[in-house]
Design a protein. Structure first.
Length: 222
């Protein structure tokens, strides 16, 4: 008597999946070709997004951080620029950027810095979205055996990051050289001079282009 195997298709599918799994794990991420202009007047395909990022759009900054991190959209792969855009986005309040910053630090084996970014993500995200970064941070501590001192230092670094940047120090006003200073005409009619505005703080200075790493499920796949 010849037996028929009724579940042969399912067995073949299972075998194919098991064989394909190791191969899929070995696939390397490939970046897109870097965009090159055909003519000087040609705009970059990401020109509008770059402009939004420079103007302070936090979501655009997050996307730029992702594109630079992966070398997508015709942009060159640059971990440095990716980190800069993600941090600008985080400064603007886009909490998902903290998770991506943590991922960047994990890739270069800096667990304390990753702990710092996870801590900031937990403090910034809504309570309903904090579970994932909390688990990721706990796993980080266990994986790298972070000590109490390291955790304390990482928490302190997180608090320091939240402080506003110190204003740039202005150069001390130089006193005019007595030998080269222009002589003062004491006979000048001061009434003919222009009257300064009453409130200088209300004057808007001329500005150029403003400079500032989708609400989605948190992840640190970069």
């Amino acid at each position: 008597m010849i037996r028929t195997v009724t579940n042969l298709p399912s067995l073949l599918i299972t075998t194919l999946l098991l064989c394909a799994a190791p191969a899929a794990a070995q696939v390397k991420h490939l970046s897109d070709p870097v965009y090159e202009k055909m003519a000087p007047e040609d705009p970059h395909p990401m020109e509008d997004l770059l402009l939004l990022g420079k103007e302070g759009d936090t979501r655009a900054q997050f996307i730029l951080g992702d594109l630079y991190g992966k070398g997508k959209g015709g942009l060159p792969r640059s971990v440095k620029k990716s980190r800069e855009w993600f941090e600008k986005s985080a400064r603007g309040g886009y909490a998902q950027s903290f998770i991506r910053l943590a991922a960047l630090e994990k890739r270069v084996n800096k667990p304390e810095d990753a702990y710092k970014w996870y801590t900031l993500a937990i403090e910034t995200l809504p309570s309903a979205e904090r579970r994932w970064p909390q688990r990721a941070r706990d796993a980080l501590v266990k994986e790298h055996s972070l000590t109490g001192a390291q955790i304390k230092a990482a928490r302190q670094a997180a608090q320091e990051w939240k402080k506003p940047a110190a204003p740039a120090k202005k150069d001390a006003q130089k006193k005019p050289d007595k030998k080269t200073a222009a002589p003062v005409d004491t006979d000048t009619d001061t009434a003919a001079l222009p009257t300064p505005p009453e409130n200088l703080e209300n004057i808007e200075p001329a500005t150029g282009d403003a400079l500032s790493d989708d609400k989605e499920k948190p992840h640190d796949q970069n």
